[in-house]
Design a protein around this ligand. Structure first.
Ligand SMILES: *Cc1c(COP(=O)(O)O)cnc(C)c1O
Length: 415
């Protein structure tokens, strides 16, 4: 997108364009990609492809890139992404079943802080890597592996002894429900019975939605120091041969709000090259994995709903739409935002109209929380117009209370 007004709200992808004032993906007006006038999520293959190419070009070539499925587990989308990445990371038994047709089991890792027995059973049966989150979980894995007569592959999910500054969602440092405290990893490792469990890696995930290159560089520095120390210690007690990888997490964020600068991954990737070369001993032979969800799919998804009513209430113009918070919780501001801000919102077929008008856009739920956009300035809108919310490809459909008020679910399409 190259129009000044759009550039101000959106960092842009090459395949999202405005042609004759209409929002298009790869030259096709997005309204022509809708199956009906019901709300839709549209995910662009081309935009996902572009993002993966940008990542591959910037990341050191020996970093393995994984897709974190929970960001968007739409089956067609996961099937599309799988061949372009080196592995898939799942967070539940259901996600594990979803990815198994698309990927070799050793390319799948399964993290999650309260895994259930049936999930562990499935993971061991399939031969995927289980990111172990507690000593109790490790004991359960021993028991199930013995019962099945199959060796379990595990990695330790480490709760680091540092915090990722400026992350949207902090997952490390101090007391956390995620992972095993770094200082106890070696003691827990000593309880492994190597006849049934193989320790293949470490997983250190410090946080999500980070837009600061400096903060990511610092986090990677600390992650590599911690990994170096733990690999040395594990090597010293005999695990050096079985270790294959260290997963350093992801955390690359995308901009959602006006004036929020996009993350510049160039310095982050340059620093990673340095970190890779500084490794010593057994650590220098291990594969380094990065797992990204939001960064791969977040900007490649649009949420589209229709204006079904217009009304004026005491000085405020409302556009009522057939979609809202039940489909897109994050856009409503109720998924981790402290002060609600609008996602970038457009009219699909009048993107650049000159006369801007202030609107409140509200959905069909009987709650004042159901806001699609507040005090947003758009060209004059009519009943039947399609309203588009950008940056909706990650943590949208499946991170929303779809059953709340029993309205129909949105249609999801990979285009
Ligand atoms: C959620 C999650 C991710 C993906 O995070 P993004 O911010 O979407 O990139 C990666 N790894 C783990 C362990 C996660 O829980």
């Amino acid at each position: 997108m190259s129009h000044a007004r759009l550039d101000a709200i959106f960092s842009g992808e090459d395949s999202l364009q405005v042609i004759h004032n209409r929002l298009c993906i790869d030259g096709t007006p997005i309204v022509d990609l809708l199956e009906s006038d019901k709300p839709h999520y549209l995910y662009s293959k081309q935009m996902i492809q572009e993002r993966i190419q940008v990542l591959r070009a910037a990341l050191p070539s020996d970093i393995h890139l994984h897709y974190a499925v929970k960001a968007n587990p739409m089956p067609d989308l996961v099937a599309y992404i799988a061949p372009f990445v080196d592995g898939l990371d799942v967070a539940s038994g259901q996600e594990l079943s979803l990815v198994s047709p698309f990927c070799q089991p050793e390319q799948v890792s399964f993290a999650g802080p309260a895994k259930q027995l049936d999930e562990l059973h499935l993971a061991i049966e399939q031969g995927v890597v289980i990111n172990v989150e507690s000593p109790t979980e490790l004991a359960r894995i021993h028991t199930i592996a013995e019962t099945l007569g199959k060796k379990a592959l595990i990695a330790f999910r480490v709760n680091p002894d540092f915090e990722l500054k400026q992350a949207g969602m902090q997952m490390s440092g101090g007391a956390k429900p995620f992972g095993i405290d770094a200082e106890t990893i070696v003691d827990v490792a000593k309880t492994i019975n190597e006849s049934v469990v193989t320790l293949v890696g470490l997983h250190i995930f410090a946080g999500s939605q980070n837009l600061s290159a400096d903060a990511l560089i610092t986090a990677h520095e600390q992650t590599f120091l911690l990994a170096q120390r733990l690999v040395n210690e594990l090597d010293a007690i005999g695990f050096g041969d079985s270790l294959r990888h260290v997963n350093i997490g992801g955390g690359f964020g995308i901009p959602y709000f006006p004036k929020q600068p996009a993350l510049d991954i160039t310095p982050v990737c340059a620093a990673l090259t340095l970190r890779l070369s500084e490794r010593t001993g057994r650590f220098s032979e291990l594969s380094i994995v990065m797992e990204l969800g939001r960064y791969i799919v977040g900007e490649a998804g649009l949420y589209v709903c229709q204006v079904t009513d217009y009304k004026h209430s005491r000085g405020v113009d409302y556009l009522m739409v057939n979609g809202g918070m039940h489909h897109h919780l994050a856009n409503s501001g109720n998924f981790g935002q402290v002060i609600r801000k609008n996602y970038p919102v457009l009219l699909a077929d009048n993107v650049l109209g000159d006369e801007l008008h202030p609107y409140e856009i509200a959905g069909p739920l009987c709650t004042p929380l159901d806001i699609v956009a507040a005090k947003v300035h758009l060209p004059k809108a009519n009943i039947g117009d399609a309203v588009v919310v950008l940056q909706s490809g990650a943590y949208g459909y499946t991170a929303s209370p779809l059953a709340f008020l029993s309205h129909p679910e949105p249609i999801e399409r990979l285009v």
